[in-house]
Ligand binder design. Structure first.
Ligand code: MG
Length: 280
């Protein structure tokens, strides 16, 4: 299928994720050394942004600013122009610690602009917490990636931008296929995108699909002019027949998809220009 644009597409690799239980793929990187190595391979394969959650040695989700710092420094050493994005996501973490690592000033951090129910849990983002995280990002020149888990979070993002807490143009990530939240359906994607264009016409954006929807989400995004995300956080399988062997394998496949859609893989320098970030 031909894309409506030939603009460079940014590949984000979400290397590890936040499911507190042991991942069901042993190749998921857990220690900082594994995360740095996995990120380096993914960078070589074409990823311009790394989305980072850190884990304790027992595999549980960590809020340790020191661990975030260790991974950040390792990535900077091996991939000097790669964009580092910390997660401020909540799963398995104490609310008060979710912004602790922002003091290390990653270039980007995720920011969810509202609360949603997952199937058996609440992803709670109190307005006070959102304002605190957004304010800290603003102060430290950290560009948020607005994680849109549900439609209302998009309008909330606009409200925070109107209030001066989020800079425009914003960067938005639609999260689709998460059980209990937005289903992975074309009509839903089309509506999300039309609402984004109506409310934040200058925004850059991507859509990510969970599990088996990862690849199709990449296709939809590439066709519609968006950016893409891959990696173990969202999906640990290569296909129905086997587990993925590395984040780099998933990135390499995403990079092929970019090319077959008539686009080019954004270099980190191009990604910085697209997102309005300073060059490395
Ligand atoms: Mg995440």
């Amino acid at each position: 299928m031909t894309a409506t644009t030939d603009a460079p597409a940014i590949i984000t690799v979400a290397i590890t994720g936040s499911l507190p239980q042991k991942p069901d793929n042993p190749a998921v990187p857990i220690s900082p050394a594994e995360q740095i190595e996995s990120t380096h391979q993914a960078y070589e394969a074409g990823a311009a942004i790394v989305h980072i959650h850190v884990r304790n040695p027992d595999g549980s989700v960590s809020s340790s600013a020191d661990l975030f710092r260790e991974v950040q420094l390792g990535v900077k050493r091996h991939c000097p122009d790669m964009i580092v994005q910390f997660s401020t996501g909540g799963r398995g973490r104490d609310q008060s610690e979710r912004g602790a690592a922002l003091r290390h000033r990653p270039e980007m951090a995720s920011l969810s602009t509202g609360t949603v129910n997952f199937v058996e849990s609440v992803y709670e983002n109190h307005p006070g917490l959102i304002r605190a995280l957004a304010g800290e990002m603003l102060e430290n020149d950290i560009k948020p990636e607005i994680e849109i888990f549900d439609l209302s979070l998009l309008y909330a993002a606009s409200r925070y931008a109107d209030a001066g807490l989020i800079r425009r143009p914003m960067h938005v990530q639609f999260v689709m296929g998460m059980p209990g939240v937005l289903p992975f359906r074309r009509s839903v994607f089309d509506f999300l995108l039309s609402e984004l264009r109506a409310t934040e016409p200058d925004a850059t954006w991507g859509v990510m699909g969970i599990g088996r929807d990862q690849l199709e989400a990449n296709r939809w995004s590439l066709e519609a002019g968006g950016h893409i995300r891959t990696g173990f956080e969202d999906n640990v399988r290569f296909d129905r027949t086997r587990l993925a062997v590395s984040n780099a394998e998933l990135v390499a496949r995403a990079a092929e998809l970019v090319v077959t859609h008539g686009r080019t893989v954004a270099t980190p320098a191009q990604a910085r220009a697209i997102l309005g970030l300073p060059q490395a």
